[in-house]
Design a protein around this ligand. Structure first.
Ligand code: FES
Length: 218
């Protein structure tokens, strides 16, 4: 760890590592302190690029301090695939700060997409080009968007249709969701703790996700 920053939802930080370890938006690393008695490795997501590594999204463990050495495994899982033709991007963060979604901003802004962030948390350093709307506006924003990238806990998947304002008969809009679940083994032990219910059975977030197409989810 190079630096720690205090955010609304806990510490985030700058991690230095070889370029090949930097996770793409939505992918993750499993991180642990060598020789520590921490119970489990922690999934770490990128919030932004940084020279010689990346900025890791909050919340990181409070025991990680500047100078802490970490064992890193990854990048793991499937991240977001923002279509090159996307011109109206909705970023939807439910129940947490949107840091994991903000990793998509460089690509979105580079392809001149308009971006609306739906979240209760407004990051201090958000580019002025990004419009912020409250969660109550989600149905309107999803109709406006041509791609929706969401970040939500597994418990909210069953209510996603209602939150988006999409009826039971209507397919989900084009988009993907990062499903937040504990991922203690990163598929090494096939523990099943990260299982996510999809249209046709169950999938493992650590291996098949944690980013899923909305069409897979319902
Ligand atoms: S975290 Fe153990 S199978 Fe996914």
């Amino acid at each position: 760890m190079r630096e720690i920053f205090l955010q609304d939802d806990g510490p985030s930080g700058r991690i230095t590592c070889p370029l090949g370890l930097v996770p793409a938006p939505g992918q993750f690393l499993l991180a642990s302190r060598p020789g520590s008695d921490d119970p489990l490795p922690v999934p770490v997501f990128k919030a932004a690029d940084s020279a010689g590594g990346f900025i890791a999204a909050a919340p990181l463990p409070e025991s990680w301090l500047p100078g802490t050495t970490l064992n890193l495994r990854g990048p793991l899982g499937h991240g977001f695939s923002l279509p090159k033709a996307c011109s109206r991007l909705a970023l939807v963060s439910l129940g947490a700060a949107p840091a994991r979604l903000l990793a998509l901003l460089p690509q979105a802004l580079m392809q001149n997409a308009s971006v609306v962030l739906v979240s209760d948390f407004i990051p201090a350093d958000l580019p002025s080009a990004v419009e912020v709307r409250p969660p109550a506006d989600l149905p309107e924003v999803q109709q406006w968007s041509d791609f929706l990238a969401a970040d939500l806990p597994r418990e909210q998947l069953s209510g996603l249709r209602k939150l988006l304002g999409v009826s039971q008969e209507t397919p989900f809009p084009a988009g993907q969701a990062l499903v937040r679940v504990p991922m203690p083994c990163g598929a090494l032990a096939e523990c099943g703790v990260c299982a996510v219910s999809v249209k046709r059975g169950w999938k493992l977030a650590c291996k098949d996700g944690p980013v899923f197409d909305l069409s897979e989810l319902g």
